[in-house]
Every structure is written in structure tokens, then in C-alpha cells.
Design a protein around this ligand. Structure first.
Ligand code: GSH
Length: 277
């Protein structure tokens, strides 16, 4: 693991690292915000998964998470959104390939060789965090934005009990039914739509419910709301399955980090309550 940058922020430490990922077969960059409490004892961990085109920097630079995470003693990890590098399959479009890993294991060429973001987030990166930081890995939660909201919901629903809480800003909740998801899943998983169900929050929640209320914030003026996000589909699936869900529509807000940073404190408080409860 190699340190790329290291800053003091709100009494804590915000640092960026490169490491060789065996799972993904490339060098990966991630950021960690360590709250000041890590000087005394290991603290719980909150994973933040970003959206299309993003890397570690979007949420760390624009999400406004440091003050609340420092106050409440939560470590935040911001991984990248896909495998990266010259030898890694890519596409010219912003919504496929590098920057658009969709937090799944691809089964189709040329993607299958490197695109295994779920394994990276669930197994390899946690072991890097456990070995190098004062992290209490028995207490983990997850949240994310857009494609990363999809990632947070899907990873929590595929691994019930692993995360103490899950939340999302403007998540892609039904990738099998919207253009972003249809494009990515066709490429990564192939044409068999049965295989898509394993990576679709609306499908997963019908089979598995979580023992925690899922929190979602969604801007009503989000340009992607009607075509790509469709939170009503998840609301209906949760209602039918008996999954507790708190979904809050926010008038006037869009899809950007101006929206995310507005409600960031709420989400960190939601997770801290579960992590310290
Ligand atoms: N049209 C946009 C779509 C991508 C987009 O809106 N990405 C969201 C996540 S789905 C984002 O967080 N972008 C980076 C940012 O706002 O910092 C682009 O090409 O960048």
C-alpha cells in the first residue's frame, strides 16, 4: 500500500492510497477518513460507493462528510467505481467500463477478467482496511449515490446481516428496468435476464429482507429520476416484501453533490446510531 496524499481534516486524517488488487488485477486507489477517535480505539466503518464517472475524490471533496464523521467517530472508506488502467477493458461511453463497474462480478468478455467490484468491496478491500487501520470490522455499514446507491443496496441485500445499516442518495433501484442498468448488465452479465436478478435491488428484496430500515433520499428535480432511478419501483417491492424503508423526496434538489452534501449529516447520523447502538 502506497500513500498518495495525506491531510488533516476536522481533527481526523484524510488519506489516499494505491494498492495492488489481486481480485481486480490492477492498481486501485481508495480514500479513508479516520476520525480522531482512532487515536484511542478502533472505530466502526462506513463504506461510501460512488456513482458513474466517479472515483474516491467526489465524495471526499464535495460530500461534506468529515465534520459529522469526526464528531461521531465513524471511519469512512471511499473506493473507486471500477477496475482501472491501460490493460483493463473500457468503453468510450461514460456509463460503461472504467468508472462504471456497477459493483458486480462480470461474466462476459472482455469484462470478466477484471470487473469483480463486489468481491473487491466485500473481501479484498476490507482485509486491507483491517490490516492497516484502527477499524472495528465487526461494525460496518454502507451507503452510496446513484450507481453507488445501487451498489450499497445490492451488497447489503446479498449479504444480510453483514452491514448494520444501509442508505442511499438517488439510487438506481431497478437496473434491469432502466437504460443505464440494461446497458451495463447486457455487457457485463449477458442477455440472460435471469442472471440480472442477482444484482437488482428490486428483485433481491423480494427474496431477502433486512433487519434494518433502509434509508433513501431522492431529489425531486433530479434529471435522472423518471428515466433511470424510479424509486417508486423499490418502494413497491419493499412494501410487498415487508422490508422497512424510509424514502424521502426532497423538493428542488437534483442529482449532484449539492444535494448529497445537504443530507450527508442525516445519513452519517443514521449509520452512527446503528454502528454504536
Ligand atoms: N452526464 C454526467 C453523468 C454522470 C453523473 O451525473 N455522475 C454522477 C453519479 S451518477 C456524479 O456523481 N458525477 C460526478 C460529480 O458530480 O462529482 C457525466 O457525463 O458526467
Amino acid at each position: 500500500m502506497e500513500t498518495v496524499s495525506d491531510w488533516t481534516s476536522f481533527g481526523g486524517d484524510l488519506s489516499v492510497y494505491d494498492h495492488e488488487s489481486e481480485t481486480l488485477g490492477c492498481t486501485m486507489r481508495f480514500a479513508v477518513f479516520e476520525p480522531p477517535q482512532t487515536d484511542e480505539e478502533p472505530v466502526p466503518v462506513l463504506w461510501y460507493l460512488s456513482g458513474l464517472t466517479c472515483n474516491w475524490s467526489n465524495v471526499m471533496e464535495k460530500g461534506g462528510l468529515q465534520r459529522k464523521a469526526a464528531e461521531l467517530g465513524v471511519m469512512i472508506i471511499a473506493p473507486d467505481t471500477s477496475p482501472r488502467g491501460e490493460g483493463v477493458a473500457d468503453d468510450d461511453a461514460y456509463d460503461l467500463g472504467q468508472g462504471a463497474g456497477f459493483y458486480l462480478t462480470a461474466t462476459q468478455d472482455p469484462w470478466a477478467k477484471h470487473y469483480k467490484m463486489d468481491q473487491y468491496i466485500m473481501e479484498e478491500l476490507p482485509s486491507v482496511i483491517r490490516s492497516n487501520f484502527a477499524a472495528d470490522m465487526r461494525r460496518q455499514s454502507i451507503f452510496g449515490h446513484s450507481m453507488g446507491g445501487h451498489g450499497a443496496l445490492v451488497l447489503a441485500l446479498r449479504n444480510p446481516g453483514h452491514f448494520r445499516s444501509v442508505s442511499a442518495f438517488s439510487p438506481i433501484v431497478a437496473p434491469s428496468q432502466v437504460p443505464w442498468g440494461e446497458k451495463a448488465f447486457s455487457a457485463y452479465l449477458g442477455d440472460d435476464r435471469e442472471a440480472w436478478k442477482e444484482w437488482d435491488a428490486c428483485e433481491l428484496v423480494r427474496k431477502t429482507q433486512l433487519d434494518t430500515t433502509i434509508l433513501i433520499d431522492q431529489g425531486e428535480d433530479d434529471q435522472f429520476l423518471e428515466e433511470q432511478l424510479k424509486p417508486g419501483l423499490f418502494e413497491q417491492a419493499c412494501r410487498e416484501a415487508g422490508q422497512p424503508l424510509a424514502i424521502r423526496l426532497r423538493p428542488g434538489y437534483g442529482h449532484s453533490y449539492y444535494f448529497i452534501s445537504t443530507f450527508m449529516d442525516d445519513h452519517i447520523m443514521h449509520h452512527a446510531k446503528a454502528l454504536y447502538g
